[in-house]
Design a protein around this ligand. Structure first.
Ligand code: ZN
Length: 107
């Protein structure tokens, strides 16, 4: 395989990765915490234990300050999906960066 063919194959791979990356464009960063609805703690201290749970999303804002917002129960599934999209987005971005470096070295 010539260097040019090799380079073209790498560029095709990059185009595919960019397409894949855009499919995970809708994403959010953070983590979901399950807390007790009564005492608002992750490790419930209620006696007897309160079975009702609430969910919070913890994330860092643009200034890297930790923020927490309440997630309504009906949005848990959507939120988990958006968080998973972020993981996939980051993973593809890593591959893309490595591939771009390989392309850079080929030129
Ligand atoms: Zn509790």
């Amino acid at each position: 395989m010539t260097t040019e063919t090799n380079l073209n194959a790498l560029i095709v791979r990059r185009t595919k990765l960019l397409e894949k990356l855009s499919s995970y464009g809708e994403h959010i960063r953070g983590s979901i915490n399950e807390i007790c609805a009564a005492c608002k703690l992750c490790n419930c201290t209620c006696v007897p234990s309160n079975p009702k749970k609430q969910y919070r999303l913890t994330y860092k804002d643009q200034t890297q300050r930790t923020r927490t917002i309440y997630i309504p129960k009906e949005r848990i599934k959507e939120t988990k999906s958006l968080l998973l999209n972020h993981q996939k987005f980051k993973s593809i971005l890593k591959k893309l960066a490595a591939l771009n470096f390989t392309i850079y070295k080929c030129k």
